[in-house]
Design a protein around this ligand. Structure first.
Ligand code: NAD
Length: 294
């Protein structure tokens, strides 16, 4: 029997979006402008098309302008860079997101590094990475930002918690470490070369799993009462059935021990777009020299 509180990512994401919608409305009435988010999709990757559609819908729902640029798979790197430059110079665009993965003939790093850091709502530009680590106002990557909001929905003050992050990617693990340091956690980043990972996780009051391996974190690794945030999204084939989404944590076993846990799906997933919208509002406020309320 599960004893952990289930953290409802859909509900928390809806609250974040409602809060953004109010602030967008306030911006419009006080300053007469509407933040705009440009999303660039190159090619026809089916998963990317779904993400871009969802992003566009939710952007409009919070009252912002959504601008989509859908380019054919054979678009040259030079043409994509020129589009990014145009968006950098367009005052009606406050946030730019280039959907990954890009086709192989395009250097993703070059494209992401061309985005004006002040409009980099994915938070991947080295300037934003640096700003985040030195504690300047920064656009931080969306998935880690959403994960921290979920942890804080259980316990508002994370100060002094032992946080163990499993995974050290630039998209999730590393920025998560910076964000949790900002929350005054004692942070450990475990990864593929960590020795005896079970005992490292056993010391954690807060576990963040971002490994990309289904059910990697076992129930008996979890300290009783810990908060468990499962970032993983793994498609697992079920014999004779449709593929199922599984997290990086053995949910059923961990829920017996944890104090609170995010499900997959319905945990971290819905937070990512909500935090993209939060970043777009923050970017708009920063660009106009307004107080950041996002
Ligand atoms: P990644 O593959 O870039 O990084 C995985 C990390 O896990 C690496 O740093 C690696 O060191 C670590 N790792 C791999 N094998 C390990 C092992 N045996 N022991 C310990 N550590 C190990 O992945 P990522 O982009 O950080 O994504 C991680 C997971 O989060 C994936 O399942 C991905 O689908 C999911 N994800 C979800 C969202 C979301 O919106 N919810 C967003 C991004 C990623």
């Amino acid at each position: 029997m599960s004893s952990a509180r289930v953290i409802d990512g859909k509900a928390v994401a809806a609250q974040v979006r409602a809060d953004i919608a109010k602030k967008v409305e306030a911006l419009k009435s006080a300053h007469g402008f509407t933040p705009g988010l440009a999303v660039v999709l190159v090619g026809e990757d089916p998963a990317s098309q779904v993400y871009v559609r969802n992003k566009g819908q939710q952007t409009k729902e919070v009252g912002m302008n959504s601008i989509e640029h859908k380019l054919p798979a054979e678009t040259s790197e030079a043409d994509l860079l020129a589009l990014v430059e145009n968006l950098n110079n367009d005052d009606s665009i406050n946030g730019i997101l280039v959907q990954l993965p890009l086709p192989k003939h395009i250097n993703s790093e070059k494209v992401l590094n061309t985005i004006n850091p002040d409009k980099d709502v994915d938070g991947f530009h080295p300037t934003n990475v640096g700003r985040l680590w030195v504690g300047e106002p920064a656009l931080a990557p969306c998935t880690p930002t959403g994960s921290v909001i979920l942890a804080k929905s259980v316990q508002e003050n994370l100060t002094g918690m032992n946080a163990v992050i499993i995974g050290r990617s630039n998209i999730v693990g590393k920025p998560m470490a910076a964000l949790l340091l900002r929350e005054n956690c004692t942070v450990t980043v475990a990864h593929s070369r960590t020795k005896d990972i079970a005992s490292v996780v056993k010391g954690a009051d807060l576990v963040i799993a971002a490994v990309g391996i289904a059910e990697f974190v076992k129930g008996d690794w979890i300290k009783p009462g810990a908060i468990v945030i499962d970032v993983g999204i793994n498609r697992v084939e079920v014999p004779g059935g449709k593929a199922k989404l599984k997290g990086d944590v053995d949910y059923a076993a961990a829920a017996e021990v944890a104090g609170a846990i995010t499900p997959v799906p319905g945990g971290v997933g819905p937070m990512t777009i909500a935090c993209l919208l939060k970043n777009t509002l923050q970017a708009a406020q920063m660009q106009r020299g307004l107080e950041i309320t996002a």
